[in-house]
Design a protein around this ligand. Sequence first.
Ligand SMILES: [Cu+2]
Length: 135
Amino acid sequence: MNNLTLPHIALGMTLAMTIFPSWAMADDRISDKGLYRVRWQSQAPEVTTDLIHDWLLHVETVDRRPADNLAITISAHMPGHAHGLPTQPRATDYLGNGDYRIAGMKFQMSGVWWVRFDFWRKNRRDWVIFEVPVK
Ligand SMILES: [Cu+2]
């Protein structure tokens, strides 16, 4: 578990929109324990194999307030396959407004992946799993 201290940058969506100028692949879900509404967005217009790229993770409380001060870890695997990711992606920056940069995403095989984000804030943990088609 990486217990990150994330720098706070008070530029909010402006910075996030500079890094992620266009909507690419995206999906949103409610976390397992119902604490957060989470949306991922890929920096790449299409998630393909062997591409190292960033994701933008937007995390809100269910009553639509930005969820800041989260420690986030990332893991992924393909259902039925005995392997995970070739990289260890990390939440490297807090961009404000509930936006976190996830750096180092890379998938080595095409097909369906389950990408899991775990969130810690104080002693509370929650997680969300996204099903991501990789081309
Ligand atoms: Cu596989």
